[in-house]
Ligand binder design. Structure first.
Ligand code: GLV
Ligand code: MN
Ligand code: MN
Length: 411
């Protein structure tokens, strides 16, 4: 058999996906392994163990990223395959995990075939890609690539009141490898699309050309708690009403702008959160995304101006904090072309597309040739326990990953 005919073993890959997905499993499917939780620790232990079993040299860095290295015939920067194994609280078993475990499947396929590549290979999982417990998202890969300071990341306080540094120590993943200056020879991430485009079209492989810009804000609104029955409507400072207006405005801005603009209010917390008390305080998040930086800035400006005026007219104090801000990213054309020609060479249908979700790959893009392979998500469902991708699509994507990696690691 020549290298050209090499194929991954889909049963082995699905077996690992299911075993990892059983950690933090939720009733009805999916799993919850929020970053640096006990579930995340158990997932990390399992995947690091698999890395060692495959003969990879495993290291943990100071933000808890785990890298398994496979030497090549020559020394030097590795071709890296990476993604994440943390999940949102209502996560599927594919988001992130697929990219990491497909990487391990590539390694095992090469081990079985006795192939040693010219350049080293590495498989990595990065800390807190989701950002659901600690903001910003893509935290580990951002620190790894020097886009976010280590100390800043370690000091972040999450939704449970603990810091990243404390929880890294607690779960035993406060490693010693330095971060910030690691440069890969190339970076490839395979991921489920998490949107409907490939599924609706019946296309097998998404060739990802870039990732849209992301803006996360937290608004804190301070009004006055008062009696729901006795306070005249014109004498209220109702933080809840201002939060509701901001949420509706976010939707209206995105709808009016059209194109790629999306807006999501994922969190609204009211205090004291009682039926007969005017809300004193509201804390909410707004997630704005666009593939065009100028349009993303326009959406931000419209929303922030509206929020300021809405708060002032209700006599409510408003504070805004940026939780995450990433500009749109364009992947290297040579890598995008390589993914497309490799997939077509294997006889599978492709379409070029942007990524709507954030990914670790975007942190590598400024520093090395980077690209992503998408496989279809059934009904476009993700960040939901019903997330599902057909094993046949996973096989096709992992075979593309294998041959893209082989190509990058031999030349
Ligand atoms: C990460 O999953 C994101 O929010 O895009
Ligand atoms: Mn992901
Ligand atoms: Mn995700």
């Amino acid at each position: 058999m020549t290298c050209r005919d090499l194929k991954i073993n889909i049963e082995r890959l699905m077996g690992r996906l299911r075993e990892l997905g059983a950690i933090g499993a939720l009733p009805g499917g999916g799993c919850c392994r929020l970053a640096l939780s006990d579930g995340d620790r158990r997932g990390r232990d399992l995947v690091s163990g698999w890395m060692r079993d495959l003969g990879l040299e495993v290291s943990v860095d100071r933000i808890g990223n785990v890298v398994g290295l496979r030497p090549g015939r020559e020394n030097g920067a590795p071709v890296m395959i990476g993604s994440h194994i943390d999940t949102v609280a209502t996560g599927g078993i594919y988001d992130g995990c697929l990219g990491v475990l497909a990487g391990l499947e590539v390694i095992e396929t090469l081990n079985d075939a006795g192939i040693v590549t010219a350049h080293p290979l590495a498989v990595a999982f990065f800390t807190n890609e989701e950002g659901a417990r600690f903001a910003p998202d893509m935290m580990g890969s951002a620190v790894h690539q020097g886009a976010l300071g280590l100390d800043t990341a370690l000091a972040v306080t999450g939704i449970d009141g603990t810091t990243v540094g404390d929880d890294l120590r607690r779960i035993g993943y406060d490693g010693s490898t330095e971060t910030g200056d690691f440069r890969a020879r190339a970076f490839v991430e395979m991921h489920v699309e998490q949107g409907p485009v490939l599924d609706v079209e019946g296309t097998r492989i998404g060739v990802v050309e870039g990732v849209q810009g992301i803006s996360w804000s937290e608004f804190t609104l301070n009004g006055v708690a008062n009696h729901a029955g006795t306070t005249p409507m014109n004498m209220r400072c109702d933080a809840g009403v201002v939060a509701a207006r901001i949420a509706i405005k976010a939707r209206d801005i995105a709808t009016a702008m059209g194109g790629d603009q999306v807006a999501t209010v994922g969190v609204i917390d009211l205090a004291p959160n009682l039926v007969n008390v005017v809300p004193q305080r509201a804390q909410m998040t707004v997630d704005l995304r666009n593939t065009d930086e100028a349009l993303l800035k326009l959406a931000e400006a419209r929303l922030f101006d509206f929020a300021r005026d809405a708060a002032a007219s209700e006599g409510v104090e408003l504070k805004r904090r940026t939780l995450a801000r990433f500009e749109p990213v364009v992947f290297a054309s040579g890598m995008v072309d390589l993914i497309e020609t490799t997939a077509r060479g294997q006889g599978v249908s492709t379409r070029r597309m942007p990524s709507g979700a954030g990914h670790d790959a975007q942190m590598f893009a400024p520093n090395c040739p980077t690209a992503m392979i998408f496989v279809p998500s059934r009904d476009g469902i993700s960040h939901n326990i019903k997330e599902f991708t057909e094993p046949g699509h996973i096989r096709a994507g992992a075979d593309v990953l294998l041959h893209v990696v082989l190509e990058k690691a031999s030349n």
